[in-house]
Design a protein around this ligand. Structure first.
Ligand code: BJW
Length: 250
């Protein structure tokens, strides 16, 4: 007998459109710290001193040092079974997309193609003046920010608090949530907006919404099922059950 509800397995077995929102928790088993929780980044570092435009303008060296430290970690880690299963799901479903709040590229490294990066990508820099991207985000001399040809300063290409999310990725993410048959919220505390609205939007539009998280979250009460556990263990187990259901029905 499966530990997963028959409703969930059956919904996935017949689903055509599946959407996913991922957060830091899906990369935790790869070795990247989450933001909140007992061992979260925000316990050790203050977001307002490191992850805001004000902080960057006040002390660019400090902010860049922090991002370089995280880039080193992110470059050294690998996708885990949760990322790999989402890549397999993309191949199976007619319409499948991941909206990720993560900036670590691990979905792409796992081979997923339809990935919408809502909070940017740490492996790139962006010019604060002309907005162009730079794929070699090393810091300049003496830890100072590199300068773009236009004279603007390069900054990490991530979305800080108070900043707009990339419009295209956000619009598409809401469209996907609004049309999904099944929608997953995986490894996110769902406290940061507007990303946290996606699973709720999906539920309001009629999707079967499933959360996978080690803890209860801000949106647990808005989901149809909240499965407690590590994404790297739950997702492979769930996908095995769905695949055997599909084989039975052939
Ligand atoms: C596991 C696990 C395992 C562990 N398996 N699970 C409406 C209402 C109120 C406020 C706002 C609102 N609209 C906008 C705001 C303001 C703000 C906001 O949301 N504030 C809230 C905190 C109150 N939002 C913004 O400013 C956004 N911009 C915006 O809305 O623009 C329009 C606007 C402008 C001006 C004024 C008003 C509107 C931008 C948000 C940018 C967020 N940036 C960061 C930093 C990115 C760069 C960097 O990395 O340095 O993004 S903050 C940080 O939080 C990061 C994450 O992507 C984001 C979300 O965190 P996430 O992924 O959920 O991680 P955690 O750590 O919170 O949770 C991990 C979860 O995993 C936990 O639940 C664990 O239990 C679980 N877990 N291991 C499964 N193995």
């Amino acid at each position: 007998m499966s530990v997963f509800s028959d409703t969930l397995v059956q919904r996935l077995a017949v689903a055509v459109r599946v959407g996913v929102l991922t957060g830091a928790g899906i990369s935790a088993e790869s070795g990247i710290d989450t933001f909140r929780g007992a061992r979260g980044l925000w316990k050790k570092f203050k977001p307002e001193e490191l992850a805001s435009m004000d902080a960057f303008l006040k002390n660019p060296q400090l902010v860049l040092q922090w991002y370089e430290y995280r880039r080193r970690i992110i470059k050294s880690v690998k996708p885990n079974p949760a990322h790999h299963v989402l890549m397999e799901m993309e191949k199976h479903f007619a319409h499948f997309a991941i909206s990720t709040q993560n900036i670590d590229s691990l979905h792409f490294k796992a081979g997923s193609k339809n990935v919408l990066e809502l909070h940017g990508n740490i492996l790139k820099n962006r010019c604060t003046r002309c907005g162009c991207s730079n794929f070699h985000p090393e810091t300049g001399q003496n830890g100072q920010p590199q300068k773009c040809g236009c004279g603007g300063l390069f900054r990490p290409d991530v979305v800080w608090f108070g900043e707009m999310l990339p419009e295209d990725a956000l619009t598409e993410s809401f469209e996907i949530a609004g049309r999904a048959d099944v929608y997953f919220s995986i490894g996110t505390s769902a406290v940061v907006y507007p990303a946290a609205m996606l699973p709720v939007t999906a539920a309001d539009a009629g999707a079967y919404v499933v959360e996978i998280n080690t803890e209860k979250t801000a949106i647990t009460n808005r989901t149809h099922e909240s499965i407690r556990g590590k994404a790297g263990e739950i997702l492979p187990a769930l996908w095995r059950v769905v695949k055997s259901r599909l084989e039975e029905t052939i």
